[in-house]
Design a protein around this ligand. Structure first.
Ligand code: UDX
Length: 436
């Protein structure tokens, strides 16, 4: 099939490249010439494991190309995927900003020739596909097209494997013709018996929000249980195993931490609550999950303060990991963005390290943070070390070496990576999230 992917961000670039890997011919289009020029030189604007190699392979084999001009590929394509950003609107009211979607739709509409399916890949509020169809009809009444919804369920840092081995593919369509095009596009997955969940467009649009909001709720749930474990002296890691082995619960997303971040959960939970509000409904469970998540970051600041004897002033704190999760350079809504300024404000000295996120962090965190080349440099002369993001390189630190480097010896493991007893044996105090 011939596919046009509008948007070469985290979703568009991964999806377009993987479609090319399926054997389709993909043109990835972006307005941002700098981004396209980088891609044409083989540079990848985002850190996503395995993406650089896959882009190079498919460009070399002639199935993947990049351009700022969508006209010829839209005119000759079978499907156009909208993978442009849908950020939370700058009004700050939680609505998704659909400006980019509507702008792209207008441009696409004028270039359509022959039957084409316009597919929402971005996470969009219910009813967006109807708006896309309206814009196309108004802009180009002669256009022969259908719209469809095909939400993505890719995790940053695991996007390619999530795409190539998805639990399911959700397609929202209103005509058989559109369904046939999407089934043909996903045929390589179909052959490996990946379930295709076919539904109507509105249901597909809502499915993505409902999935992300549920995952966010699951995280806030285990974070609250972890706080109870701290009070009772129970161990949340064992508890998570104990509940997660129940097939109805499942063991994933039961890892307590400093709160979820990223470009999706915070944005999508807010957007879903707005969607409900517009229907005169409230999603009190999702609201509670959002509230708990905000409180969790504040509780982590208090945890550090308590461990440092009630004040951070004059204390040096090593922070290992800044990104919202490992295997990404993405700092969007990372807990560090809330926690570090709060510690700095109280007079702490912060020495930070992150394998991929420091360039981005420097734009988002206050001046005064000392960025270091590795974890050991961060720990040198520190009174406490906070494991903020569970990057692999922090999972087997030389604790004896770190002990000699530090001034005081507080180990604050916000991702429960280490065994408390093992860390204490090395001469540290240990504090996790819900670890007895
Ligand atoms: C998420 C959804 O998982 C994905 O399906 C959707 O398409 C995009 O949003 P992503 O935000 O990339 O993916 O990362 P994810 O791995 O889901 O983690 C999100 C946040 O939750 C991270 O801050 C992570 O640290 C946190 N998290 C995750 C926990 O705190 N505990 C967990 O058990 C799992």
């Amino acid at each position: 099939m011939k596919i046009t992917m509008i948007g070469t961000g985290y979703v568009g670039l991964v999806t377009g490249t993987c479609f090319a890997e399926f054997g389709h011919h993909v043109t990835c289009v972006d307005k941002d010439k700098t981004k396209i020029d980088k891609l044409l030189q083989g540079d990848i604007p985002i850190y996503e494991p395995g993406l650089k190699r896959l882009v190079a392979k498919n460009c070399k084999e002639g199935r993947l190309r990049f351009t700022t001009d969508l006209s010829d590929s839209v005119a000759s394509g079978d499907a156009v995927f909208l993978a442009v950003g849908t950020p939370t609107s700058r009004r700050g009211d939680g609505y998704a900003d659909l400006t980019y979607i509507y702008e792209a739709t207008k441009e696409i509409a004028t270039e359509l020739k022959g039957y084409t399916v316009i597919v929402d890949k971005s996470t969009v509020p219910v009813g967006t596909a109807d708006q896309v169809a309206r814009i196309i009809r108004e802009t180009n009444p002669a256009a022969e097209f259908d719209v469809a919804s095909n939400p993505e369920f890719l995790r940053e840092g695991a996007a390619i494997s999530d795409f190539m081995r998805p639990d399911r593919v959700v397609i929202g369509v209103e005509t058989t013709r559109a369904e046939e095009v999407l089934r043909e596009i996903y045929k390589p997955l179909y052959l490996q018996e990946t379930p295709i969940v076919k539904t109507d467009i509105k249901t597909a649009e809502l499915t993505k929000y409902a999935a992300n909001a549920f995952l966010a709720t699951k995280i806030s749930y285990i974070n609250e249980i972890a706080l109870l474990c701290d009070s009772i002296g129970a161990d949340v890691v064992s508890l998570a195993k104990g509940i997660g082995m129940d097939g109805r619960i499942g063991g994933k997303f039961l890892h307590p931490g400093p709160g979820y971040g990223g470009s999706c959960f915070p944005k999508d939970t807010m957007a879903l609550m707005r969607i409900a509000q517009e229907q005169g409904q409230s999603l009190r469970i999702v609201e509670a999950a959002v509230e708990v998540n905000g409180a969790q970051k504040a509780k982590m600041v208090k945890k550090v303060r308590d461990i440092l004897g009630g004040q951070e002033a004059g204390k040096t704190i090593a922070v290992l990991g800044l990104t919202f999760k490992p295997e990404t350079d993405d700092m969007r809504d990372a807990p560090a963005i809330t926690i570090l300024p709060a510690l700095l404000e109280k007079g702490a000295v912060i020495k930070a390290h992150d394998p991929q996120g420091m360039d981005e962090a420097k734009h988002l965190l206050p001046n005064g943070i000392i960025y270091t080349d590795n974890a050991y440099e961060a720990c040198t002369d520190a009174d406490a070390v906070i494991l903020m993001t569970e990057w692999n390189q922090y999972r087997a630190l030389d604790l004896e070496k770190i002990h000699t480097l530090m001034r005081s010896h507080h180990f604050i493991d916000l991702r429960n990576v280490y065994e408390p007893g093992h860390v204490r044996e090395k001469g540290f105090t240990y504090s996790g999230v819900g670890r007895s």
